[in-house]
Design a protein around this ligand. Structure first.
Ligand code: URP
Ligand code: ZN
Ligand code: ZN
Length: 473
């Protein structure tokens, strides 16, 4: 039985406002935001959560995760159970994961596989995007049914030839169809075919260490991919969302498009805001894993030189970037990243991060790089609006789902694989001291995490599939 809950004496923060208010929850929904002085008028709650000295913010929405993803001969190490529990511990109450249509199969088959992975396992609410890899005749028409089922965004790749890459004609056709259906195309924007040549040349020259992952995927490859994606969307007359944008020049392409009034949107990820190519270089020979330590940091697009971080933070501050998602795609060093010892191309691409997004972004608030309202917007409200979940998710408002985080700005945590909940044997952020963390997390009105512990009676299967709306911005 879900109770009538009062979150008292907190400071509510939304994407636009900061104000003192009690938050009243009945069952799964927020039913009132009220002045604390008027508390008596609301009667007795069943449960009270004290938020004095803390912020009450909408639960995080991570619009880019890869749970249980087969990739590079192995499978990402978090499934829908462990990944969603970890997300909740970090203050994220909704995930949008990427289902995959493999080559030769229908969109339906791909999507059904992801429903089967998530059902009965997810601990928090989730939706899906669908990665389309094969849009041969007839398959485009399948998109309509998928959209009707609430999967209203499709990811297309300009990278990973032979696996995910699709050609420009396919991208353009898919964009036109998405425009008809009100769906959104998410683009992995890189010049994948040229990158492949650089990769082969690196290997032929004996350059096999993790850092060559970055050196064979230069910034210009992402910039030209981004420009091409934006141009195709402009020709099709549709909005486009660039995923995991990592670098200055790609950002400049997005800014130019937006300045011309085009509906271009882009996300970046915490790893691009706080890590750099230096991490990919690993440790000096003889120390720890030596240069192979860099495998921990292999993701695509790669980590960039440090100066890009300032551009990305500025892009977030100035609304040139709309969303911070994690691209959570964890692989253990042991037996997974290890597959690429002696050949960086065999290191499975991706990093863990679903649990640490809010902590790392909060550092930006503390440093004055973004406001507290912008923090809420880029981690929750904007992804809710862009991906058809608003105002049910991403809002502290009457009628919204009571997906809420009581955020303690004074709580100190040291990020460490030992205490984080993601099922992976390292953290790329190991040892970082953070000030600011969730004190409590509610999902649809139910207290799920308190004092860093899962406290709800049910774990697996309590998360619900979210049928998302079509693109409405
Ligand atoms: O390295 C990454 N990003 N792995 C996941 C696949 C993708 O391109 O998002
Ligand atoms: Zn991608
Ligand atoms: Zn991804």
């Amino acid at each position: 039985m879900l109770a009538r809950t009062l979150i008292k004496d907190g400071t509510v923060v939304t994407a636009s406002d900061t104000f003192a208010a009690d938050v009243w929850i009945d069952g799964a929904r927020i039913v009132a935001l009220a002045e604390p002085a008027r508390r008596a008028a609301f009667g007795e709650p069943d449960r009270v959560l004290d938020a004095r000295g803390k912020y009450v913010i909408p639960g995080g929405i991570d619009a880019h995760t890869h749970l249980d993803l087969p990739f590079g001969g192995t499978t990402s190490s978090d499934d829908f159970h462990t990944g969603t529990v970890a997300a909740a511990h970090g203050g994220t109450t909704t995930l949008i994961d990427f289902a995959i249509q493999s080559r030769g199969e229908s969109l339906r088959t791909g999507l059904d596989k992801w429903h089967a992975k998530a059902e009965g396992k997810a601990a928090i609410d989730y939706g899906f995007h669908l990665i389309a890899t094969d849009l041969a005749d007839g398959r485009l028409d399948e998109m309509a049914q998928i959209v009707r089922e609430g999967v209203t965004s499709f990811k297309l790749f300009m990278a990973y030839p032979g696996v995910f890459l699709v050609d420009d004609q396919t991208i353009f056709r898919a964009m036109l169809k998405a425009g008809e259906l009100g769906a959104l195309i998410c683009m992995h924007a890189e010049a994948g075919l040229a990158i492949d040549v650089l990769v082969q040349r690196a290997l032929a020259a004996g350059n096999t260490a993790p850092v060559y992952h970055a050196l064979s995927r230069p910034e210009v490859a992402e910039a030209t991919g981004t420009e091409r994606a934006l141009a195709l969307a402009e020709m099709a007359g549709v909005p486009v969302y660039i995923v995991h944008l990592s670098a200055q020049r790609a950002l400049e392409r997005v800014m130019e498009a937006r300045d011309r009034g085009l509906p271009a949107y882009a996300e970046t990820c915490p790893q691009y805001l706080v890590l750099s190519e230096d991490d990919l270089r690993g440790l000096p020979p003889g120390v720890g894993e030596g240069e192979f330590e860099g495998a921990k940091f292999i993701c695509t697009p790669p980590l960039r030189e440090k100066h890009h971080q300032d551009h990305l933070w500025r892009g977030l501050r100035n609304h040139d970037l709309q969303v911070v998602a994690t691209d959570h795609c964890p692989f253990c060093m042991k037996e997974q990243k290890e597959l690429g010892r002696g050949d960086f191309t065999k290191v499975p691409n991706g990093m863990p991060g679903v649990e640490t997004r809010l902590h790392l972004l909060w550092e930006g608030v503390r440093a004055g790089k973004i406001s507290i309202n912008r923090f809420v917007e880029i981690t929750s409200t904007a992804p809710a609006k862009i991906f058809g979940l608003y105002p049910r998710k991403g809002a502290v408002a009457v009628g919204a789902d009571a997906d809420l985080v009581i955020w303690d700005p004074a709580k100190e945590v040291v990020l460490s694989q030992k205490t984080l909940h993601m099922r992976v044997d390292y953290s790329p952020f190991e040892g970082r001291k953070m000030i600011g963390a969730p004190a409590a997390v509610l999902s649809r009105g139910e207290l799920v995490v308190e004092h860093d512990k899962w406290v709800a009676p049910q774990v697996q299967g309590r998360g619900q599939f979210l049928r998302r709306g079509t693109f409405a911005l």
